[in-house]
Design a binder for this molecule. Sequence first.
Ligand SMILES: Nc1ncnc2c1ncn2[C@@H]1O[C@H](COP(=O)(O)OP(=O)(O)OP(=O)(O)O)[C@@H](O)[C@H]1O
Length: 252
Amino acid sequence: MTDIILKAEHLKKVFVSGKKSMTAVDDVSFELNRGECLGIVGESGSGKSTIAKMITHLESVTEGQVFLKGKDITHVKGKALREIYQEIQMVFQMPMESFDPRCTLGDGIGESLRNMGISRSETGSRVEKLLERCGLDREFADRYPHQVSGGQCQRAAIARALAVNPEILICDEATSALDVTVQKQILELLIELKQKEQLSFLLICHDLALVQAFCDKVLVLYHGKTVEYGTPDEIINHPKEDYTKRLIDSVL
Ligand SMILES: Nc1ncnc2c1ncn2[C@@H]1O[C@H](COP(=O)(O)OP(=O)(O)OP(=O)(O)O)[C@@H](O)[C@H]1O
């Protein structure tokens, strides 16, 4: 039996500004199985990040529902919302910008642990383990964001996301700002986390080669609507819709 960890049903987001309204996401549904990766692809402005933001409550949901392990989390607040933050973490495109330049990477990675009341020494040893899990030596804990490369900083950002032991990682263009070799190394890290630790992923990206290598299912968005939803082989090698064909031609 498949174990559905995250499910979206008929998600809709309308942004309202004065008298104008704009539908960014329109009737999007998907399922993410535990230990799998769902890729969300589509041109700029198609609504990919808005979906991630609705799931993580950075944006409210206009219509539809989000279920985490069967529980409706669409409108939860307070303690229940804090629990969701522990289960679902995000990794963004610009790792340098996501760390405070005045703090060491170790401080950044350990912040959520200290907020949970974990002692400084226990936090320190957990940070070292997290760094090692993400392929960085423990001495990186003492470095500042400007003292590491983009790839190392992204590893540290993944370590920070993993600190609260989440079950789902949402990677929003997490490798886009990195050069090709480093992208591959980060992808290998994500594959390891998926295979060894049964982490589940939502991968928002433009890179269909990455989608092919890493995703179990793919959702293609166009103007906020689902164009296709299937396996990478179905979507990339046998696209049914013209939009998907054009998208593939433009990036492969
Ligand atoms: N807070 C907001 N207020 C109004 N409109 C917004 C807001 N956030 C996003 N939008 C609009 O919603 C649409 C979808 O944006 P979104 O960021 O989800 O696209 P995307 O597919 O992630 O794009 P990209 O690949 O460029 O990051 C865009 O037209 C965008 O301008």
